[in-house]
Each structure stands twice: as C-alpha cells, then as structure tokens.
Design a protein around this ligand. Sequence first.
Ligand code: SAM
Length: 241
Amino acid sequence: LIRLLVRDDLGEGGEIAPSAEQAHYLTKVMRLGVGDELLVFNGGDGEWRARLAEASKRRCRLSVLDRTRVQTVGPDLDLLVALVRRPRLETIVEKAAELGVRRVRPVVTQHANPGHANLARLAAIAVEAAEQTGRLDVPEILPTEKLDAILTGWDPARRLMFCDEAGDAPPALGALRAAADGPWGILIGPEGGFSEAERDSIRALPGALPVSLGPRILRADTAAICALGLWQATLGDWRGA
Ligand code: SAM
C-alpha cells in the first residue's frame, strides 16, 4: 500500500484533505480511484489505513479507517555530515532516512563544499524516503552549522562516532561493540577530509569515539552508509526488538 505523510491529527473516522501535490500524486501518478486504500502517518499518531473517499480534478479527500501500527520512534541518532556536492548530499539524506537517523545536521568544515545546502529539498527527500521505508516519523533536517559551533554546543550526554579517515583510529566494529547505546551522533567529513586542527578538536570532545572504516578511503556517501549500518547493527535497532 502507498504510504503518505500527512499533517493532520489521525483518528478513526477522521477526514484528510491532502495537498494539491499529494492529490495529484495519488490520483494521477499512482492512479488511485475512489474506494482505494492507502496508509497515512503524521509522525506522532502511528500509521492508519485510509480510503480515497473523493477525487476531483483539483482535490481529493481521504477517510481515516483504523490504526495499523502504534507510534514508535527509532534510536536517538544524529548524522552530522560535512557539505559535499549536492547529488551526494541528497543520496546521504535519503540513505540516512532509510537507515533510521532521527536528525541530519549539515556541517561546514574547512574543506567542505562551498555553497549552501538546500534544506527544503533535503527535507522533501527525507519525507519521500520515510514514506518508502515504512518509518512512522521523518528525520529532521537541521540548519547548516559550522563545525566549531557544533563542538562548542555539544551535549556531553551524546556520544560521537567520529569517522576519521586518517587511518590511526581503531576499527569501527570493535569500538562500537565496546560502547554503550544511548544518544549518539555520527560525523562524516567532506570530499577534502578533515583538517588536522579539526581532527584534534573533534577528538578532544569527551564523548568522541574515533573509528576507522577500513584501509581504503571511502566517498562521503559510502562512509555514511557504512557507518550507519555498523552503528545500527551494534547499538541500534538492527539488534532486534
Ligand atoms: N581526504 C579524503 C579525500 O579527499 O577524498 C577522504 C575524505 S572522505 C571522501 C570523506 C569522509 O568519509 C572522511 O572525512 C571520513 O569522515 C569518512 N571516511 C572515508 N574513508 C574513511 C575510512 N577509511 N575510515 C574512516 N572514515 C572514513
């Protein structure tokens, strides 16, 4: 069944008026007709079965039927990713949504790609990935911040998996296995890597856990996907219920 993120509160017998863009997607792209069913979620009320009750040229109306899943939320995991070229950054956001991050924090570092992240575009990618992947929430895309501001304001209760390509960090799997779960962040650098000064500042963070992702230099998107998979498998929700 198609899944759709809606802004409305969800409850039995409720009515939803999707946006014009969503109405077009449902009726023209996915060719749903009156009576067809889909799944809706809003990030707080779980997932509900709904039926297309009305479909006209410009609008449609959904009737909310019954709840299919109660609201759950994934691990408290942030992905901090240095600004890389747009297509790669968009891939990283899509994969991070599939891999269960709760927030994506774009970071400006010394060698980061110049230019601004299109936060609205990244948020739309996160929604689409959340709908496809079956999540009941959507990762939040935070405003872009400079690395030193992030480190200065870092919550000491949150650990930071620092993916350090320098090659002297311990292997990620063993380091994660020895760590405790709880609020975490994962930090991925830009195409140009981290500067020595940045590396020193990050490692000075009390909760920093420098890790190696193997002997080869990975592209930022490859590194993000590998790091997220390792984290979910050792400390996250790939460990089962
Ligand atoms: N300086 C290199 C370059 O110019 O391509 C490496 C940067 S790499 C593309 C981007 C980021 O991916 C790194 O800053 C690091 O966070 C992560 N990364 C890549 N390979 C890694 C590895 N073998 N171990 C740990 N992290 C890695």
